[in-house]
Design a binder for this molecule. Sequence first.
Ligand SMILES: Cc1cc2nc3c(=O)[nH]c(=O)nc-3n(C[C@H](O)[C@H](O)[C@H](O)COP(=O)(O)OP(=O)(O)OC[C@H]3O[C@@H](n4cnc5c(N)ncnc54)[C@H](O)[C@@H]3O)c2cc1C
Length: 400
Amino acid sequence: MSDALTHFPPTFAAARQRLDAFVPRAAAAYARSRNFDFGPGNHDNVSILSPYVKARMLDEVAIIRAVLSQHDESSAEKYIAEVFWRTYWKGWMELRPSAWLQYTSDLNRLRDDIQTQSGLRGRWDEACHGQTGIAPFDAWARELVQTGYLHNHARMWFASIWIFTLELPWQLGADFFLRHLLDGDAAVNTLSWRWVAGIQTKGKTYLATAENIAKYTDGRFRDVKGLAQHAVPREGPGDIPAGALPPSDPFPLPGRYGILLHGDDLDVDRLLLRAEDPVAFAYAEATPGHSPWQMAPHVAAFREAAARDGVPEDAEMETLATAQAIADWAAAHDLEQVVAPYAPTGPMRQMLDAYRAIDGSVPLSLYRRALDTAAWPLATKGFFPFKENIPDLIGQFVRR
Ligand SMILES: Cc1cc2nc3c(=O)[nH]c(=O)nc-3n(C[C@H](O)[C@H](O)[C@H](O)COP(=O)(O)OP(=O)(O)OC[C@H]3O[C@@H](n4cnc5c(N)ncnc54)[C@H](O)[C@@H]3O)c2cc1C
């Protein structure tokens, strides 16, 4: 049984407390120690905020504002850059949704391969259960399943060993992460795995070495044997031209409307600031769209509990698991409009598009954050040109 929700209490108050506790360490201490993975329960050298960030219980503006209340921009530069890495990956995917569609179609093919090829199935099974005999890899597989989290460096080593030492398809590794990570995200996860595999930045792979693992696990894993010595880039559609960001829908006009929250954005207060009280609240869960296999129960449990925590105390909140269930909910409450936070490329967006395709469904308005609208279209090239825009974005959205 996972204890992910003990490590990550699913409340807005817990998210805020964790941010407040971390802020004093967000400058020099973070820059100095952030690459160390000290093991389960010992991740205080990083902010361990990602499940809250993923569900937008904290956004870039809230985080950076808190950091800049105690540090200046240059001393907290490393941390601020990491926060914007996520913004960058989200924008990159939003301009090129075909990268997600390609990944999901690859996974469906691999599901058939797993069923028909017992050798592949056996190696995949051993990797997912932490039974490869590679001690750190096995420990990270267990930590992920148990806690719903892994340190960034562990994710890089794990993905590298999965791809180049175990020679398993990267898509199966990305799927294993997405089924267990509390912060599992269609854009950040897929693109990070593509990056390790050498698809995202053409020809540039990430190779895990025994020396690097020994150093940055503080000696917990010494002399790891048998790791691949070379990382030959995997095949994949690297160069996908950037399209345009679709416009954000307007916030609804007066009328009977319901708020539909989902795991890509649970911040109900942002929506409530804009309008009269809604008639109804619901939470949509798209876990089956994440993977051809069963998701770890803690992922849906975290998001649903956090959604419940966010809605006003006296309000009822229904949980809806299909596009048709959303249509039925809207009809039952006689809604004229459904308002939801913007759902970027991924399983929830697919569910909402399916809802819109239902004959006679009530209009759905997907309302995007101003920072996303400004920042995502800047993800046309690599992270480094994108990074040049950070001071401007901070000036526009954080310091205003
Ligand atoms: C193979 C692989 C898969 C990953 N999958 C995911 C995923 O599904 N969801 C996810 O949120 N992150 C993912 N990451 C990025 C990163 O590992 C996590 O965001 C980070 O470890 C979260 O821990 P933290 O909150 O303590 O990070 P901190 O170091 O404290 O950073 C603060 C915040 O910045 C953002 N951030 C930090 N590092 C990165 C990064 N490299 N890329 C993008 N954003 C970053 C996160 O929102 C994080 O919460 C992945 C990385 C790799 C290598």
